[in-house]
Design a protein around this ligand. Structure first.
Ligand code: R5P
Length: 310
């Protein structure tokens, strides 16, 4: 097995490497003076089972291009099999036409990864599970609850829990977590009654007096979570926390979270922590390295990955 790290999340790659006890293969990623990317794998990969680890997080286009070029380098270096390990799969939110003459970028990215030469994809909590079908190669889409559940159990022991989806699209994820925690479920339904009038947050479910945990796949600007937390408080929630898989947290999102009624935001390390994240007492990162590492091992040994979630 060869493990190769892209530049998007070196700390996670290092942790995966130590979980597997497999050193990272030396590779270099350089730039030409016009910023074109040049990747060179410094060790022989001929006949090897290669795993290239790269989140397509900010700057998304650079990290995406680096991923594609590295896959091409591995293919031309005669790797036996190439798995694109993409802890955070960018462009996933554009998974359908949202209007006339708009793209389905998630499908385009799937085609690019396949055309570059990947044989499989290993990822975590795709924005929509159906994106697996955009690929004609096998995709393993891991879920993050094995990382979140023990943490929630420890933090909220003895408290009446309610798992909340901040929008209708996230209900399946919230329900899966609620089931494993034996907790209640609530949903926030955002509606703009008239154009130009601000959104109304309807809370479906009983949240009064409960420790509410918002769950989502992505926190980007923080708007969805912060508005949801405010609505839960208005409906009498005892406390509001959030567990979100991918902490995109662009712009002033961390500041927004700190000023919101959210007591804590827990994210994974699928995206490397920005300085704002690392310095915030409101944001905590849990590592997915063991989960990703175990999935890589099982892929290499042709063992079941779904058994990890039973
Ligand atoms: C939307 O469907 C996603 O699941 C997230 O709720 C959304 O991307 C969060 O974005 P923001 O933090 O910018 O509100």
């Amino acid at each position: 097995m060869k493990l190769i790290s892209g530049n998007s999340n070196n700390p996670l790659s290092e942790e995966i490497s130590s979980y597997l006890n497999v050193p990272l293969t030396q590779a270099s990623c350089k730039r030409f003076s016009d910023n074109e990317i040049f990747v060179e794998i410094m060790e022989n990969v001929r006949g090897h089972d290669c795993f290239f680890i790269q989140s397509t997080s900010y700057p998304a286009n650079d990290h995406m291009m680096e991923l594609l070029i590295a896959i091409d380098a591995l293919k031309r270096g005669s790797a036996r099999r190439i798995t694109a390990v993409i802890p955070y799969f960018g462009y996933a939110r554009q998974d359908r036409k949202t209007g006339g003459r708009t793209p389905i970028s998630a499908k385009l990215v799937a085609d690019l990864i396949t055309a570059a030469g990947a044989d499989r994809v290993l990822t975590l909590e795709l924005h929509a599970g159906q994106i697996q079908g955009f690929f004609d190669i096998p995709v393993d889409n891991l879920v993050a609850w094995p990382v979140f559940v023990p943490h929630i159990k420890e933090e909220f022991e003895g408290k009446p829990l309610c798992i909340v989806s901040p929008d209708v699209g996230g209900v399946v994820r919230a329900r899966a977590l609620a089931k494993r925690l034996d907790a209640d479920l609530a949903i926030i339904d955002k509606r703009r009654e008239k154009a130009g009038v601000s959104e109304v947050m309807h809370v479906i479910g009983e949240v009064e007096g409960k420790a509410c945990i918002l769950v989502d796949d992505i926190v980007d600007s923080g708007g969805t979570l912060c508005n949801a937390a405010a609505a839960l408080k208005q409906h009498g929630a005892l406390s509001t926390h959030a567990y979100v898989v991918h902490g995109v947290l662009s712009g002033k999102a961390v500041e927004k979270v700190e000023k919101s009624p959210l007591e804590k935001l827990v994210i994974t390390d699928s995206i490397v922590a920005t300085e704002a994240v690392a310095n915030s007492s409101h944001v905590q990162q849990l590592s997915i390295s063991n989960l990703m590492g175990e999935a890589i091992l099982r892929t290499a040994e042709e063992r079941s990955i779904s058994a990890l979630f039973k």
